[in-house]
Structures are given as C-alpha cells and as structure tokens.
Design a protein around this ligand. Sequence first.
Ligand code: PEP
Ligand code: MN
Length: 337
Amino acid sequence: MIIIMESNSTHEQIENVLETVKKLGFRPHISYGEEKTIIGVIGDERQISDSIFKSLPGVENVIPILKPYKLVSREFKKESTIIKIGDVLIGNGHRAVIAGPCSVENEDQIIQSAMIAKKYGANLLRGGAYKPRTSPYTFQGLGVEGLKLLQKAKEITGLPIVTEVMEVNEVEIVAEYADVLQIGTRNMQNYRLLKAVGKINKPVLLKRGMAATLQEFLMSAEYILSEGNYNVILCERGIRTFVDYTRNTLDLNIIPAVKKLSHLPIVVDPSHGTGRRDFVIPMSLAAIAAGADGIIIEMHPEPNKSISDADQTISPAQFEELMKKIKSLENLMKSWG
Ligand code: PEP
Ligand code: MN
C-alpha cells in the first residue's frame, strides 16, 4: 500500500509513519514529490489493515496497491519519471537516441562510431564490452579494455556511455566507466544482478526478457527500485514468436501498456527487435510515434564488418536518414498535442 501524506505534514509526522511501518515488520520507501510525500509500504500487505495508518497524524490517504509491483507502478508515483544522464533527459516527453555498435571492437571503430553518432545528433553512445553471445566460440567482448575505449570515445565526443554488465562481480568496474548500465535480455531475471545494480547510483537500462510478460518485466524493474535505485529505463527489444522473417517480434504494444501501469520511461531497440537492417528505420519511427521515450540503435562505420549483429546494424548514411526522419516526425507529433 502507499501512504500519502498531507502537503503540510511535518517532518515528525513523516518520521512517525516510517517508524510505525517498520514496527509492523514492513519496509518503508519514501518518495518526496513536488507537492506531497508518499510512503510505500513494502511487504505482504494482506497482513495489515490500512486503518492503522489512516489514523496517524499527517496522513491524507492510504491506497492499497494490489499489483505485485509497487515502486514501479503509477499508483505509487503519478508523474512520469525523468532520468538524467549528464545533460540528457529521458522520460515524460524527453526522448533520447542511443546509437553505436553492438560490440566495442577496437579504438578506431568505437571512436569513429561515436563521432558519427554525435554528428547526426545521438544523445548517448552504446557499445558492448561484455557480450552475451549464443555461441561460446564467437567474440565475447574486449572486457575492461573495451570499457577504456568507450571512455576515450566519451572524452572525444562528450557522449555518455551505455554498456552492458553481465556479472554481479563486474558491476563495480562497469559502473566506473558507464553512465548507464545495460541489463541484457538474457539477464532480465538474474535477480542477484538486478539487486546488485539496485545498489549503485547510476541509471540502469533494463531490457525485456525475450520471453517475458509485461508483469515479469515490471517485477524485474521492481527488484532494482526496491534496492534504492529509482533510475531505471525499460527497454523493449523484441520477443520470441513464431515469425521467421525477423529475428524477434518488436512488441510495440508494450509502450502504451507500460505507460498506463508504470511511471518509468521506456525506450525501444528496433535493431534486436527486427534483426534486419532494412527494418530499423520504419520500426524506430513506429516506436517514437507510439510514445517511446527513445530508441537504441546498432550503428557501425562499416556495418558489414561488424563482429557481432552485422545483419541488424545500420550504416552511418542510414543513421543520418533516421535522424532526419525522427526530426520531422517529432515536428509532426507536436501538433498532436
Ligand atoms: C545488445 O544490446 O547488443 C544485446 C546483446 O542486446 P539483448 O540483450 O537485447 O540481446
Ligand atoms: Mn547486439
């Protein structure tokens, strides 16, 4: 349940509510809004009645949250969350374009990618240093060396870095270099990893598991928030279906669904969602038109030479075209109100 404090409630009244929550064996999560302070009560709330809190001084209302996810829910927080990454904002009308290669391959490749991304207006640079690959015999990523190259690319272009972390014991090193830590589709339900990134103070880009339901996706985000990290960006990257003309099926339905149920921003990855270079532009535009808070795109200076995910990686010229089309779409969308 969530406890909504009166807008003029005092510090002592808030403290009193927090203490009461703890005494009853629950965990309080406090959120200071523009107008009101809201306290989330975390635990099996079937065991308490809301009347205990309703009678406390300073409490305006108590609302039960029946859904299993609490902190990520719109019931807990009405306003859409805006994630700040340096000067870049994502959420509540602020859109970001994240672009770069699937993997960091070498210095020249990542610096060129970053410069192209910057030139055409990307807001963040992507690139995997730790790669979850289907085959153990393919390129597994440059590891720390890759992180250092990303840092160089950031120094040159100023673009903040989005990069994947795969292991609990690598969270610290990845967080040292990354501005946003990506949790890949295969790790969406790696609960230890989710808890570990919940303990750091950097934003997390959480990719939807390739077979995950909306509820499972939100529960995974809940893991991160419940550890204290509220800076989560959800990412739809396509799910497994019976179709065989694309690598995955990009589930754009999830954008309005997430917006209804959660305050967290959601970005879309049409590269993995389609697996096809020729589908990336139309599906990026579709995602933005459907209300996505951004897109994450695989782009490489020489896409055919990409060590990983070449088939879905667009060229600099295609990226330029995409960015132009996004601008005109955004202008059109302004008239939608
Ligand atoms: C990636 O972004 O390159 C990646 C491995 O993504 P996913 O986890 O969505 O497959
Ligand atoms: Mn990839």
